[in-house]
Design a protein around this ligand. Structure first.
Ligand code: ASP
Length: 342
């Protein structure tokens, strides 16, 4: 049987740095030298090809342009490779990976994002294990079919559905969490796949399609005690605004002051889509209490237990396809890629 093949796409971030032995300064690592740096990779039964056509950046500088580029690279190489590993800075990895989970329609192959907290060229790096295991997962098959045909993030012994993740630590090596959905795999001595939680495509799923029209006229508005009417109204009145992720308290609660609810209702009447998600890392919007029901009555859509990263990228994806309001609401009210629990 032919060896599995994986395309390794490097976009930047800490994982791509190495200490210059002469100066002690961090400089970019050349992934084309990957076998020289990690000869052990040759023992993996995987053909690895490097895609270095993307200018490496710190992920704080990521824009949706990178998401489009990544979708195109994956589409252009889709038939030649069994899986894809995307190396990305950790700061915005959950945003990029969530966006890709929506943009790659009918995905039937693994797309595994990873990175590291310590540069790959530093002795104590977490990048080496993250990289090697991400490659293994991207190449893994069972009875000839990929085990995890989803967009995922692999980090510190856990594989997560990408659109369920959040970066939760700037310090700890287990930088990512997925409070509302179990890991798709736990990695110890062996890789244990949690099969019931992995989305499986029908065997003859349609060909990959990429959706690259993203609406950029969106905002994230986080409420807090002390938010004033002028500030809130100013945010909801941003010119051309089409969608807002409203980060509310607890199970979707917001103030019940008349001005607050009215400002939301007026924005909705102007055509702004308001998606209500919770500020809490765990649990979601239920719109059970009077304080949540008022928002629902004002026209806000409940985002369930979606992360902010998934909510904002889903909004960009859904609104980018220029749907009428009814079909946009339908898509927002239902999970598209397992991004919330229904
Ligand atoms: N600032 C870096 C980035 O996100 C941090 C990292 O890679 O961990 O690109």
């Amino acid at each position: 049987m032919a060896r599995a093949s994986v395309l390794l796409i490097y976009t930047g971030g800490t994982i791509g740095m190495k200490t210059d032995p002469a100066t002690g300064v961090l400089r970019p690592f050349d992934f084309n030298d990957i076998y020289t740096e990690f000869p052990a990779l040759r023992t993996l039964d995987v053909e690895i090809e490097i895609y270095d056509g993307i200018e490496p950046i710190d992920s704080s500088n990521v824009t949706p342009d990178l998401w489009v580029r990544l979708a195109e690279v994956i589409r252009d190489h889709y038939m030649r490779f069994d899986g894809f590993v995307v190396l990305h800075g950790t700061d915005t990895m959950s945003f990029t990976a969530s966006a890709l989970s929506f943009m790659l329609e009918n995905l039937a192959k693994p797309v595994v994002f990873t990175g590291s907290q310590i540069p790959i060229g530093v002795l104590r790096t977490d990048g080496r294990e993250n990289l090697i295991t991400a490659i293994e997962i991207a190449a893994a098959t069972h009875e000839g079919r990929p085990i995890v045909p989803e967009v995922t993030i692999y980090f510190q012994n856990k594989l997560f559905r990408a659109n369920r993740t959040t970066k939760r630590s700037a310090e700890q090596l287990n930088a990512f969490g997925s409070d509302n959905y179990p890991p798709l795999a736990d990695v110890g001595v062996t890789i244990h796949y949690n099969m019931p939680y992995i989305h499986r495509n029908d065997f003859d799923s349609p060909a990959l399609n990429i959706s690259t029209e993203l609406c950029r006229d969106v905002a994230i508005v986080k409420i807090f005690p002390g938010l004033t009417e002028p500030v809130f109204r100013a945010m909801l009145s941003i010119p051309r605004l089409k969608g807002v992720v409203l980060e509310t308290y607890g199970s979707g609660n917001a103030p019940t002051y008349a001005w607050f609810t009215r400002a939301v209702a007026e924005a909705v009447a102007r055509g702004v889509v308001v998606l209500n998600v919770t500020q809490c890392p765990g649990g979601g919007v239920a719109q059970l209490y009077e304080t949540g029901l008022a928002l629902q009555q004002a026209g806000a859509i409940g985002g369930g237990d979606m992360t902010t990263e998934a909510a904002v990228t889903k909004l960009m994806y859904v609104l980018g396809r220029n749907p009428d309001r009814k079909s946009a609401e339908k898509q927002l009210n239902n999970p598209i890629k397992g991004e919330f629990t229904k």
